[in-house]
Design a protein around this ligand. Structure first.
Ligand SMILES: Cc1cc2nc3c(=O)[nH]c(=O)nc-3n(C[C@H](O)[C@H](O)[C@H](O)COP(=O)(O)OP(=O)(O)OC[C@H]3O[C@@H](n4cnc5c(N)ncnc54)[C@H](O)[C@@H]3O)c2cc1C
Length: 324
C-alpha cells in the first residue's frame, strides 16, 4: 500500500534542491521506479518533490562544439527516437530503446534511469539487508540468480540501468545542482561501489538534482552498439549486457570502451577487454582474446555462474558486429 506523503511540484531547480534536501523527502521524475519503491515499502518519504514543472530540465539541445545536452527529464522514448542521437551515439539510442516497455519509456526519464534503485529481490522484499542498514546480505546464503559477478563486497546488487553503461562508454558528464551550487561529474565517477557506500548507488548528496547529461561530440570514425540479454523476450532487466564504443582507423582499433551491464553494482568498465584490442586489427583472434579478458576476475555466486559465458558471448558478439 502507498503510504501518505505530501506532494510538492517545484517550478525551479533551486526550489527542488531546497525541498529535496530535507531528510524525509524524495525526488520524483517519471515515477516508474520511485512509486513502486514507496508502495512496496523499500523506503519511505514524507514529502515527494516533483521535477515535472521545471521546464529547464526537459529536452535535448545541441551543446558546444557539436556535442549534446540531454535534460534530466527527457524521456527514454525521446532519446531513442532522436535522429541525431541515434546517428551520432547509437549505443545510447539502442540502450534507451531496450528499457522496459513503450509505456515505461514514454514515462521514464534519463535522470530517473540513472538513479533508479537496485532490483535485488532481497532489497526490494521485506528483508532488512545491508543496503537498508541491516547487517546481512541475504543473497550470500540465499538465491543469487540475478546478482553480480564483479565489484561486490558485502552486497551483490547489479546496477539495473541500461542507459548508464552506454553513457559510461561515451564518457558523458553528469550536471548536478544542489543547495550549495552546481557541479559536473564524469559519469565514470558518478556511481559508487558497495565498498564506498552500502546505502547509496551514486555520489548525489541529499537535495542534489541531476539537471543534464553532457555528451562530447562523437569521436571521428566512432562506432558503437548496446547489446542486452534478458530472460524474457518482452520487457526485462539485463541479465548481462555490453555497451561498446570503438574508433577504428587504418585497420586498427585506436580507442575502445567496453562497459558491462547487469553484472556489477556499477556499470562495469572492462579495462582488460579494451587492452586486448587497442592497437590491434579487430579480427576473430583479437575478438576472442577480448571476450576472454572481459571475464577475468569474475567471482560468480552459487546460482549465477551462467553470467560468465554469457558475458564472454556478448562481448564477442558486440565486437564482431562493430568489426564489420
Ligand atoms: C516493469 C519495469 C520494467 C523496467 N525495465 C527496465 C529496463 O529494462 N531497463 C532499465 O534501465 N530500467 C527499467 N525499469 C526502471 C525504471 O522504470 C526506468 O529506468 C525509468 O527510466 C526510471 O525513470 P523515472 O523518471 O520514472 O524515475 P523515478 O521513478 O521518478 O525516479 C527514480 C529514482 O531516481 C531519482 N531521481 C529521478 N530523477 C532524478 C534527478 N533528476 N536527479 C536526482 N534524482 C532523481 C528519484 O528520487 C528516484 O529515487 C523498469 C521499471 C519497471 C517498473
Amino acid at each position: 500500500m502507498l503510504a501518505k506523503f505530501s506532494y510538492q511540484r517545484a517550478v525551479s531547480i533551486k526550489e527542488a534542491a531546497e525541498a529535496a534536501g530535507r531528510p524525509d523527502a524524495r525526488i520524483l521524475a517519471g515515477g516508474t521506479d520511485l512509486l513502486g519503491c514507496l508502495r512496496d515499502g523499500v523506503f519511505q518519504a514524507n514529502r515527494v518533490v516533483s521535477l515535472g514543472g521545471i521546464k529547464d530540465l526537459k529536452g535535448i539541445r545541441s551543446g558546444p562544439r557539436g556535442g549534446w545536452r540531454i535534460g534530466a527529464l527527457t524521456t527514454l522514448t525521446e532519446i531513442a527516437e532522436h535522429p541525431q542521437i541515434a546517428e551520432s551515439y547509437p549505443v545510447l539510442a539502442q540502450a534507451a530503446a531496450s528499457v522496459g516497455t513503450p509505456q515505461l519509456r514514454n514515462q521514464g526519464t534519463i535522470g530517473g534511469n540513472l538513479c533508479q534503485r537496485p532490483r535485488c529481490w532481497y532489497f526490494r522484499g521485506q528483508y532488512h539487508c545491508r543496503r537498508k542498514g541491516g547487517d546481512t546480505c541475504f543473497a550470500e546464503a540465499g538465491q543469487s540468480l540475478y546478482h553480480g559477478i564483479f565489484g561486490a563486497s558485502q552486497c551483490y546488487i547489479v546496477h539495473p540501468s541500461d542507459t548508464a553503461p552506454a553513457l559510461v562508454a561515451l564518457d558523458a558528464k553528469v550536471a548536478i545542482a544542489g543547495r550549495k551550487g552546481t557541479r559536473q561529474v564524469p559519469i565514470g565517477s558518478f556511481f559508487v561501489l558497495p565498498k564506498d557506500s552500502l546505502l547509496k548507488e551514486n555520489v548525489l548528496e541529499p537535495g542534489e538534482v541531476i539537471t543534464e547529461i553532457l555528451l562530447d561530440p562523437p569521436l571521428p570514425g566512432a562506432r558503437s552498439t548496446y547489446r542486452k540479454v534478458r530472460e524474457r523476450a518482452s520487457f526485462d532487466f539485463a541479465l548481462a549486457g555490453a555497451a561498446v564504443v570503438l574508433v577504428i582507423a587504418e585497420g586498427t582499433v585506436k580507442t575502445a570502451r567496453v562497459v558491462l551491464s547487469g553484472v556489477a553494482p556499477i556499470p562495469w568498465r572492462s579495462a582488460e577487454a579494451e587492452k586486448a584490442i587497442v592497437g590491434k586489427r579487430l579480427d576473430a583472434g583479437a575478438v576472442e582474446a577480448a571476450a576472454e579478458a572481459a571475464v577475468k576476475g569474475a567471482v560468480p555466486m552459487a546460482d549465477n555462474g551462467y553470467k560468465v559465458p554469457m558475458v564472454r558471448g556478448i562481448v564477442q558478439e558486440t565486437l564482431t558486429v562493430l568489426s564489420a
